[in-house]
Design a protein around this ligand. Sequence first.
Ligand SMILES: C[S@@+](CC[C@H](N)C(=O)[O-])C[C@H]1O[C@@H](n2cnc3c(N)ncnc32)[C@H](O)[C@@H]1O
Length: 133
Amino acid sequence: MRLVRLARNIVFDLRYGAFLGGVIPTRYLGTGAVNVANSDYAVLPHLFDRLIEHDDVLVDVGCGKGRVLNWWLRFYPHHRIVGIELDGEVAEKTRHRLRRHSQFDRMVMRIATSGRNTPSCRACSILSFRAPP
Ligand SMILES: C[S@@+](CC[C@H](N)C(=O)[O-])C[C@H]1O[C@@H](n2cnc3c(N)ncnc32)[C@H](O)[C@@H]1O
């Protein structure tokens, strides 16, 4: 089961340019930030399917390497999508990876420095979501 889930995550990742697995220890430990880890795609429909409405702006606060962004690009291509990531290096890699997608012009990658950077939103993905083992 775990292998099947891993294989599905890899296939979905690769459709959006790169395998995103693996954890990067946070460089901001002192601030209480969590590591750069990844959601399981299997969990995401349960979170978003009934929540998202047609005019929502989708904001992933702590988008990391971007699995939730990939999911939204695939299933919510007409929404404005915003990724906010504390780690500038990770944010830049994610922005660069997604730059060629046709939906990319709807995506802004911002580095959160204060509440003022956060756009108002109805549907937010906060940190990550994992399927049970
Ligand atoms: C578990 S990971 C992200 C998983 C990602 N949402 C996904 O779906 O695969 C959590 C991320 O939140 C970021 N983070 C932690 N505190 C943050 C903050 N205050 N503002 C923005 N990003 C933050 C971390 O750097 C890390 O990349």
